[in-house]
Design a binder for this molecule. Structure first.
Ligand SMILES: Nc1ncnc2c1ncn2[C@@H]1O[C@H](COP(=O)(O)OP(=O)(O)OP(=O)(O)O)[C@@H](O)[C@H]1O
Ligand SMILES: [Mg+2]
Length: 254
């Protein structure tokens, strides 16, 4: 079966839910240079890390909640799209969907509905405002996300879309809380683990690494997020204003 992706809808940012949108961080030309550079560097490192296997599917996860997974996923996907690759960003966090908010679209039509056969691809995939970047929102919140994500239909879907995209980025829930990311890790080429400086504890991090290793995941590296408060002079979690952010990538070595 060949998919025809020409019928994808184009959706524009709407004005609804502006408060929610404010907390989402999509890098653009107004973003400080160091942050844009950090995502460009992350993009290069990911490209190098995936190259040996010709891998296209990258899963993003972390140990705990709110460590920057979705922010990393969307900005990495955007950085790849901006350098000319065709990219599909999939919100695999069906428990707490987030990626749709970056683009001002609805999450209801998306992955969960496609996986249970309620909606065809053309009603679930969305062209974003960023050229070359398509989004598959999470879909309505199902009772059994882990089963859906581990299903053969998910595997077939990922294999199919691989024919149309250069890279597929999957945003997932925290490994320390639910098994979704570990279950999905067997269907992807690589896993990038986000580490939040000052929040991710060493124990949590080791648990995540062990759990992913046990699932047979190919951990390609770690992306470190640090938030530095200029006012208080030390790293503080999610300090929104007057803060500087830095992102750092470390390759994974066994
Ligand atoms: N580098 C950063 N600097 C400052 N704030 C950040 C950074 N990365 C993410 N945030 C903020 O932290 C919050 C959580 O980020 P995000 O949603 O990306 O995390 P997450 O790991 O996907 O969370 P969840 O586990 O709920 O899915 C958001 O409000 C986001 O804007
Ligand atoms: Mg998230």
């Amino acid at each position: 079966m060949k998919l025809n992706l020409n019928f994808l809808k184009f959706k524009k940012k709407n004005n609804a839910g502006e408060e929610e949108m404010e907390s989402e961080y999509l890098v653009d030309e107004n973003t400080p240079f160091n942050i844009r550079e950090a995502f460009n560097t992350l993009r290069s490192n990911v490209l190098f890390a995936l190259a040996p296997t010709n891998g296209k599917k990258l899963l993003i996860t972390s140990a705990n909640q709110s460590e920057g997974k979705s922010t990393t996923a969307v900005n990495l996907a955007a950085a790849l799209a901006q350098s000319g690759y065709k990219v599909l960003l999939i919100d695999c966090d069906m428990r707490k969907p987030k990626l749709h908010k970056f683009f001002g679209v609805d999450y209801v039509h998306g992955l969960s509905r496609f996986l249970v056969g309620q909606e065809p691809l053309n009603e679930t995939l969305v062209h974003t405002e960023i050229k070359n970047l398509d989004l598959m929102p999470a879909g309505v919140i199902p009772p059994n996300p882990s089963e859906l994500l581990g299903s053969n239909r998910m595997k077939v879907f990922l294999d199919k879309v691989e024919e149309y995209y250069n890279y597929i980025i999957l945003d997932t829930p925290p490994v320390g809380m639910v098994i979704d990311a570990a279950v999905l890790s067997k269907y992807v080429s690589g896993v990038l683990v986000v580490v939040h400086y000052g929040t991710t504890r060493r124990d949590d991090f080791m648990k995540v690494k062990n759990q992913l290793d046990m699932a047979g995941a190919n951990i390609i590296g770690f992306s470190m997020i640090a938030v530095k408060s200029e006012h208080k002079g030390y790293y503080k979690k999610y300090y929104k204003y007057g803060s500087s952010y830095s992102y750092e990538y470390r390759a994974h070595r066994n």
